[in-house]
Design a protein around this ligand. Structure first.
Ligand code: ADP
Ligand code: ZN
Ligand code: ZN
Length: 818
């Protein structure tokens, strides 16, 4: 047999090293190196040893070329499966990112240089060991827990891997992964009794007046030991009491690691429902085809029982020994959502979301990788959950823009999910009340199988939507933020003791500040964006970069005192509500009020217990919330999303109105929705009013076709950005002409006709960076060619001298072109 070589992606963030490097695998290492393992390799002229990951192993026949050899294997088992390697390579190709960016997503969370393999000895009899095996077992036992690299050093033996492997086969040694971070271990004070004496003996040392101390000893005697927190909670003992016992030497205090538990332990079981005929039909049909690698869309109004269908299908997957990934938008990853999955499946669930620390995320990742759970629920990046036997991916609220990543690789979780399903033969279920135009188009093309759930569970009615023309309010002399109708309905609701939700998609107090004399509008100095007034701090803030300034009393330009605050944000709504309804208890939920950990849950809890009469909020309250006592939803301004200069603005508006309306009337009482707008005739508002998705789609798809927008074309956006305006303009012109030159070489004039720009981006400056944009529209086939050219022009040259100081942001079918 010939020699083996490996392609290795090395951990170095320069464009020059953004390619696979080939290394020879020496014979002695053959058994230790597999695809998906991390290795140490010599690199550069100095042969500095650096880390990398093996993405391919192949036979090396070329004897003429001198290759460097892999220095060592850093893993005992591959940390990436073959499929995950393939997925990363596909992402790099598809989303025009670097190898490292692509691999970063499938690797364990945290800094993968710090992942180490830990070896442990099982509690079994140790007979018939070879000398070397004995030596290793002895070493591990002596250390208690020990790292693979330490064993290797200790053995100073090239066959360490082989010996450990044998021990593993004999079920004597087992291995797991660990990550070293500052927050790695969570230590807490653990209290136990100091000696094994009988209880009475211990109690002899306590005077009979020390009642609490006696109680603590009894407690510890019964429990054998407890974390100080639990001890103090359960016995109501003070810190002094515990200290007194410790001073007497009766108890000992140690620091013990608590296993991070992301999921609360006191979640009550979530009752399983008997499916309705509508649900059952959907369930049965999907189940019949579940092993056929298909795609399904459950188009069901909010509250139609989609989640219950997911839960019961997952149950079947578990019976079949298969794993499921459930994606939900980050803002829907509420305790309520998690509780339903954990309440049904208990410790079979791993939860992944951005609020977890690296350590916590690593623990969840490991549970999945080691097969300890069957279900992973999380936001976008949970699509990379490293299951080995994936049977199903569910994407709830499929239309949400947060499924498209804004960072490299700028992947779409839907596309990645589809790719994973194709590689692993799994099925994909999408669920939503308002399918994205692209998805619904795929349904009509026969690529996705459709199920419609028309009714809410228990035939609860969808709330009635009332559209209020705010121009008319103004004509009738009402210039408050509430229409007369909304005001009356809130009043009524308060009287009846029902809850109200008021929705506005903008936080802050007023959205722009301008001078009525000279027309000056205050914009952020670093961004081309108006600043928002925040009343509590009396400051103007930029919602892009966070810059703040004291709210001015006179115009910074002309010095007049005609400075005025325009546009309304949630703070103003709160102020007005309190003014008009002084007796109501009012709460606001937006990014400004939920910054502290747990504040989300607290607001949520007060709402659930009925302590809040009126909840005001942004998108954050538009989904996932299920409060039976909410009977009125007011949408303060439906126009905020409609007026955005983006081809998706009608779609967004339709989705938002439908979602927000879905918060009303979920309990035993019918719901009402009041929509305030300056565009009452707009079709997305009219169709939303009638819950007519098909009607909306039919209109929208014609517009998309007419103006050549997705799904009829792909949009590729390049934004050139940097601190020097001149340079940004020059570079964008430069790459524009380079791309055209390349296209001319292959005579693709059709593509050339569909290039727009370079133009200043709609937001010309963000965080002190000037931004110029080039847009392309092209078919799937042309996209392939275009990507190839862009890779050559922008990516392979990104460290070129002439591009110094600028960066490229390349996005394929971005969620917004702003
Ligand atoms: P969706 O996910 O479509 O919004 P859910 O699955 O959350 O709908 O269901 C809405 C409500 O109806 C939930 O409170 C759920 O517990 C309940 N529910 C779902 N299916 C059934 C059923 N078959 N019988 C009774 N109640 C159900
Ligand atoms: Zn700014
Ligand atoms: Zn002025």
């Amino acid at each position: 047999m010939g020699n083996l070589a490996a392609q290795v992606i090395i951990y170095n963030n320069s464009s020059k090293t953004d390619k696979p490097f080939t290394y020879l695998i020496e014979d002695r290492m053959k058994d230790n190196i597999q695809e998906g393992m991390r290795v140490a390799v010599p690199f550069g002229v100095g042969n500095r040893i650096i880390q990398g990951i093996v993405v391919r192993i192949f036979e090396w026949k070329d004897k003429t070329k001198n290759l460097k050899c892999i220095a060592d294997a850093l893993d005992f088992e591959p940390i990436l499966s073959k499929n995950m390697i393939e997925l990363s390579l596909w992402m790099r190709e598809n989303y025009l990112c670097s190898y490292l960016d692509a691999f970063h997503l499938v690797m364990p969370p945290g800094d993968f240089k710090e992942i180490r393999t830990v070896l442990n000895v099982n509690n079994v009899s140790l007979k018939n060991l070879t000398k070397e095996e004995e030596k290793i077992v002895g070493y591990i036992n002596q250390k208690g827990k020990c790292y693979l690299d330490d064993v290797k050093k200790f053995m100073d033996h090239e066959n360490a891997n082989k010996i450990i492997n044998n021990l593993k086969k004999k079920n004597i040694v087992y291995n797991t992964l660990e990550i070293e971070t500052k927050i790695n271990k969570k230590l807490e004070k653990y209290i136990s009794l100091s000696s094994n004496q009988s209880k009475d003996d211990i109690l002899k040392d306590i005077s009979s007046r020390g009642k609490k101390q006696i109680e603590v000893v009894n407690y510890l005697y019964k429990k054998k030991g407890a974390f100080i927190k639990n001890l103090m909670e359960d016995t109501k003992a003070s810190y002094q009491t515990i200290k007194a016992l410790a001073d007497k030497g009766l108890i000992k205090v140690t620091e013990t690691e608590v296993f991070r538990n992301v999921i609360k332990s006191d979640i009550s079981p979530y009752k399983r429902f008997k499916l309705t005929p509508e649900q059952l039909k959907c369930f049965n049909t999907i189940l019949d085809d579940i092993n056929k690698n298909g795609s399904f869309l459950i188009h069901g109004v909010t509250g139609s029982g989609k989640t219950e269908i997911y839960l019961q299908i997952i149950e079947e997957m578990i019976k079949a020994g298969k794993d499921t990934i459930v994606l939900v938008p980050e803002i829907s990853l509420t305790p309520q959502t998690i509780e339903r999955f954990v309440g049904r499946f208990g410790s079979n669930v791993a939860v992944l979301h951005s609020k977890l620390s690296y350590g916590e995320r690593f623990d969840e990742w490991r549970k999945i990788k080691e097969g300890k759970v069957k279900i992973a629920i999380g936001a976008r990046s949970a699509v990379f959950a490293p299951f080995n036997n994936l049977g199903l991916i569910i994407i709830d609220e499929e239309h949400e823009t947060s499924y498209k990543s804004g960072m490299n690789p700028k992947y779409s979780a839907y596309e990645v999910a589809r790719k994973r399903c194709d590689m692993e033969g799994s099925s994909l279920i999408l669920g939503t009340a308002t399918p994205s135009v692209e998805t619904y188009n795929s349904v009509l093309n026969g690529e996705i199988k459709l199920f419609v759930l028309k009714k809410r569970i228990n035939n609860k009615k969808m709330p009635v939507m009332d559209i209020i023309d705010m121009r008319e309010e103004l004509n009738n002399g009402n210039n408050s933020i509430f229409s007369r109708k909304l005001y009356k309905e809130i009043e009524e609701n308060l009287k009846e003791g029902k809850q109200t939700i008021l929705f506005l998609n903008r936080r802050g107090y007023s959205t722009f500040v301008s001078c009525r004399k000279c027309g000056y509008v205050i914009k952020c100095k670093s961004c081309d964006i108006t600043m928002t007034y925040h009343i509590q701090e009396n400051k103007l803030k930029c919602h892009y970069c966070g810059k703040e300034m004291i709210a001015p009393k006179i115009c910074p330009k002309c010095g007049s005192n005609y400075i005025k605050y325009f546009g309304i944000g949630t703070q103003k709504v709160e102020e007005q509500v309190k003014k008009y309804f002084p007796k109501a208890s009012v709460e606001r939920m937006d990014t400004d009020t939920v910054t502290k950990k747990g504040s989300h849950e607290r607001i949520f809890g007060r709402m659930k217990r009925g302590e809040t009469d009126i909840l005001i909020g942004t998108q954050m309250i538009s989904k996932g919330l299920d409060f039976p006592n909410v009977t009125l939803v007011g949408i303060i301004a439906a126009d905020t999303s409609l007026n955005l200069p983006d081809y998706r603005s009608s779609e967004r508006t339709f989705q938002l109105l439908t979602q927000v309306a879905g918060r009303a009337g979920r309990g035993d009482f019918e719901g009402r929705v009041i929509v305030q707008t300056y565009n009452p005739e707009h079709f997305s508002i009219q169709m939303a009013k009638d819950y007519n998705y098909e009607g909306f789609f039919d209109r929208e798809i014609l517009l998309r076709k007419e103006f050549e927008f997705p799904p009829f074309t792909n949009i590729l956006s390049i934004i050139v950005y940097g601190k020097e305006k001149e340079q940004v303009i020059n570079v964008s012109k430069d790459i524009h002409s380079e791309i055209i030159k390349n296209l001319e070489l292959i005579y693709d004039y059709n593509l050339i006709r569909n290039i727009y720009g370079p133009n200043p981006a709609l937001i010309e400056k963000i965080k002190d960076n000037y931004r110029w944009q080039i847009l392309f529209k092209c078919s799937d086939e042309d996209l392939f060619q275009l990507k190839d050219i862009i890779r050559r022009v922008c990516i392979n040259n990104r460290d070129d001298k002439k591009y110094r100081g600028v960066k490229f942001n390349i996005d394929i079918n971005p969620s917004s072109i702003l």
